[in-house]
Design a protein around this ligand. Structure first.
Ligand SMILES: [Zn+2]
Length: 413
């Protein structure tokens, strides 16, 4: 099935210059090829609305610039009516650098523009923010310098906290002990490529939308629930990450599920993350057994028949479902993706999760919804950072000459 190409919004003051239009059309074709890895020229023309002769012209230029390649489809496939040649992005044409800042160990990675992570450098945690950021900056610079000639399209950075795009600071990251940390100046220093930032849950959602599986229809309305020390949610609405008016959307981890419940780090009582995060599962299991275990180890013990492990997972799973019920009723998503402990124990908790949902959510909200574990395990926010680094290139661009009215074109991303 073909993915419909992203729509284009033109916001211009004055006419688009011819060169800007040419660039817009090239990006439209590149993005169509990115989203649909088996396209022929005819199909590109159909889904972009560009004339067949324009597509031929653009494809020739992109091939000449070694950005895409045309690939012959073998005879057996061609016989059932498939086109004789398909178009693919050339993976080695462009790259992105991705950074995942995390208290359990940060990572800097080099990926090609089709989303394949080629190399990862782990960076140990430092309590001093400036020391950590300097080490990360060194790793970013090495990857950027390894692909000279403007082949790195951008750097995407995932931060585990609230990010303010206006001041370019991490306003609050409880797990890191950071408050109002100006991350951007240190990480961007001396780099000749743009650096973009967002919250880790938002990026896990963006990564899921971009790299769910090659050829699958991108999800338009869904929630990525990331479970760690707390709970974060990345919300995609009509194809966009929802940031809220002040960049703080998605903090459903602090939604009250038990009014007189446990005290949370945020000061409230009975927050969802006190009952359904990785940290909460570890606590529940420890209360039953006096043993401290990693979430995947609890799942392993449950599978080997340990009753306390299975009971802990079911209890945390039912609490997870309480929050999911509220998300489903409020946001009406087509899918919810869960990671970490819930992904590693999905085979054990799927049934109890659905039992609670059927009790709490009117049937109409549950029709057609899919709830599934993330396939990317620990890489979801890192992959999201890759997508963030590439978003601007594929989905929007600014083409203004100095001193003239601003022409801005944006595609949905
Ligand atoms: Zn809270």
């Amino acid at each position: 099935m073909l993915n419909p190409v992203s729509s284009v919004t033109f916001t211009t003051h004055g006419a688009l210059r011819k060169s800007a239009l040419r660039q817009a059309n090239e990006r439209l074709v590149l993005n169509a090829i990115r989203e649909n890895p088996h396209l022929s020229r005819v199909e590109i023309s159909r889904i972009t609305g560009l004339s067949p002769s324009s597509v031929t012209f653009i494809v020739k230029r992109l091939s000449k610039d070694k950005l895409i390649r045309e690939q012959k489809v073998d005879g057996a496939v061609a016989q059932v009516g498939r086109p004789p040649t398909i178009l693919r992005l050339l993976p080695s044409a462009r790259y992105a650098v991705a950074v995942d800042i995390s208290p359990t160990g940060s990572r800097v990675a080099l990926a090609d523009w089709t989303g394949h992570i080629l190399e990862t450098q782990p960076v140990d945690w430092e309590t001093d923010a400036e020391t950590l950021l300097r080490t990360l900056h060194g790793a970013i610079r090495n990857f950027v310098n390894s692909k000279p000639g403007h082949r790195i399209l951008g750097v995407g950075v995932s931060v585990p906290g609230t990010w303010d795009d206006k001041t370019r600071t991490v306003t609050s990251a409880v797990n890191l002990g950071w408050k109002d940390v100006a991350v951007a100046p240190l990480l961007e220093k001396g780099l000749d490529v743009p650096v973009y930032f967002d919250n880790n849950a938002n990026l896990s959602a963006l990564g899921e939308r971009w790299f769910r599986s090659q050829g699958a229809r991108p999800l338009e309305n869904f929630v990525f629930v990331t479970l760690g020390g707390g709970i974060g949610t990345g919300i995609i609405v009509a194809g966009y990450v929802m940031h809220g008016a002040f960049g703080r959307a998605g903090e459903f981890g602090h939604m009250t599920v038990f009014p007189d419940g446990r005290r949370c780090l945020c000061g409230n009582q009975g927050c969802w993350e006190e009952y359904a995060s990785d940290r909460a599962l570890a606590r529940i299991y420890q209360e039953k057994t006096e043993r401290k275990l990693q979430p995947h180890a609890v799942a392993d013990r449950a599978r080997r028949g340990e009753a306390a492990a299975a009971e802990s997972l079911v209890e945390a799973g039912r609490h997870l479902a309480l929050g999911l019920a509220n998300l489903i009723i409020g946001l009406n998503p087509e899918a919810i993706v869960v990671d970490n402990w819930a992904a590693s124990a999905w085979d054990i908790i799927e049934k109890p999760v659905w039992e609670v949902l059927r009790q709490r959510v009117p049937t109409a909200w549950l029709e057609g919804i899919r709830i599934y574990p993330s396939a990317h395990a620990e890489d979801s926010s890192l992959l999201g950072a890759v997508a963030l680094a590439l978003t601007r290139y594929f989905h929007s661009f600014d083409h203004s000459e100095p001193g003239e009215a601003r022409n801005f074109v944006q595609m949905r991303g």
